[in-house]
Write a protein that binds this ligand. Sequence first.
Ligand code: TYC
Length: 107
Amino acid sequence: MATRKQNQHSSEGVALEPERQKIKPPPLYKVMLLNDDFTPMDFVVVVLQKFFNMNREQATVVMLKVHQQGRGVCGVFPRDLAATKVEQVGAFARRHQHPLACVMEEN
Ligand code: TYC
């Protein structure tokens, strides 16, 4: 709850300072790829380039991290954009008949 406080520097009795509002920045979400045993490495690299604006070298680093550690961050976005990325990657993977999983979680 924002409160007003008296301005101690006013010479004419009570003056009010402007309310200081506590506005939280919107939450951000990590978009992550999950490893599986079937999606080809080259396809994951293409996904990272196409949907997360990575170059081939960056995409390869992230793909190998997911392959070795089970999951990896593709990017951090506001909620609606994160949800759109998850949808787009899922649709693209299904269209190519790969089980690649893409999820979001609050940062
Ligand atoms: N593990 C897959 C393979 O060996 C490659 C892979 C990497 C799959 C990342 C999914 O998110 C993934 N072909």
